[in-house]
Design a protein around this ligand. Sequence first.
Ligand SMILES: CSC[C@H]1O[C@H](OP(=O)(O)O)[C@H](O)[C@@H]1O
Ligand SMILES: Nc1ncnc2[nH]cnc12
Length: 287
Amino acid sequence: MTPKLGIIGGSGLYQIAGLQDQAWVTVETPWGPPSDQVLTGRLNGVEMAFLPRHGRGHVHTPSSLPYRANIAALKALGVTDVLAVSAVGSLREDYAPGDFVLVDQYIDRTFAREKSFFGPGLVAHVSVAHPTCPRLSDAVAEAVQGPKLHRGATYLAMEGPQFSSRAESLLYRGWGADVIGMTGMPEAKLAREAELAYACLAMVTDYDCWHEGHGAVDVAQVIATLTANAEAARDVVRRLSLAPRETCPCGCDRALEYAVMTAPSHRDPAMVERLRGVAGRVLGRST
Ligand SMILES: CSC[C@H]1O[C@H](OP(=O)(O)O)[C@H](O)[C@@H]1O
Ligand SMILES: Nc1ncnc2[nH]cnc12
């Protein structure tokens, strides 16, 4: 199978230059439109689809983001591997602003978002014990040149849009979270439901508000670091190479294999139709 790379660009990363045969395409999904049009094209021979998470001009809040439509749109475009790029605050002394982090675990503290493609009439439970793909994360790690890279980090996903209080920041540090952001969940969970390999390249922009030696995070601080680092993130995308494969060794592309609970005879036909684009492999492609 020839892989196709989906990039979800976070704060500060609203487009990728230099794609061959590039076009901004409009995609509709059963969950409405994604955050923006999707930029499709080829980079170094790799098919690619780029979606600015907050939309060009940064119009969607972390809570109002159409997470399901974003993942469904990438799936509809034939994407197999999703690299999510995110700005994050650091919850550790040794993760400094400017550093890059490959996330492998999440603590999901979000509460005002739709978190599943499934629901009444078509119930499914996928595993998110290991929410990110080690194969894809390895490929991303190889593509990082320049910024210091940390691996094996836990991302605390908060609801926002306000930044944390100091008490919260200290609490999350006590829980063992390494970085904090507002968009990692439910994005990673939905990618798993859609059987897409998912990796998160986080760019540290600040020390949130726990650090005695640094002032509390604000948007100006985040933007200043992002401006200095966005090109390094684009370089990673440009260098990222994905080998053709039969299947994903970690099983990301078969996450739904044993996940659907609802008996075929009890499935809601409208739900089945709605889910066909993301779960067609286990539901059948057409009626
Ligand atoms: C501009 S600071 C807060 C904002 O930045 C991060 O966005 P993203 O993950 O899309 O890079 C963070 O999660 C907040 O949404
Ligand atoms: N400190 C922080 N908290 C939440 N989201 C962030 N994105 C960048 N920095 C952040």
